[in-house]
Design a protein around this ligand. Sequence first.
Ligand code: CMP
Length: 140
Amino acid sequence: MAVERTFSIIKPDATRRNLTGRINAVFEQNGLRIVAQKRIWMSRQHAKTFYAVHKDRPFYASLVDFMCSGPVVVQVLEGENAVAKHREVMGATDPAKAADGTIRKLFAESIEANSVHGSDSVENAAIEIAYFFAGYEIVG
Ligand code: CMP
């Protein structure tokens, strides 16, 4: 299996409830190494551009509002098969459908306030990482 990098966001619903450490522990227990991390407050324009792929979906405006409603923690995670592993430990987008033990099952409040975001492919991970991090901020 290849060592990959993926992009992760701990969302405002999770930072508000002081869950950053508990979520990071799940990542680390599952072989994902945090090789970059910073806590930021996204601007509206930053959130709109990041989620532009969803701009025609009915939840887009509300999602942008939510992502700007408080601090987030953006991260780069590294490990064997990191993209798929990260998606597995996050669980389904809708917490009502997420498997037991996954982050969204444990912590998410709703399909929107679902605690975490993760890239869906190695290609998109590279794009999303470059949107938030300079190369010198990533230390494997
Ligand atoms: P994320 O994995 O960050 O990708 C898009 C986000 O849109 C998703 O998590 C949710 O936070 C949010 N969202 C809100 N409603 C929906 C929906 N009906 N389907 C998918 N995503 C939704």
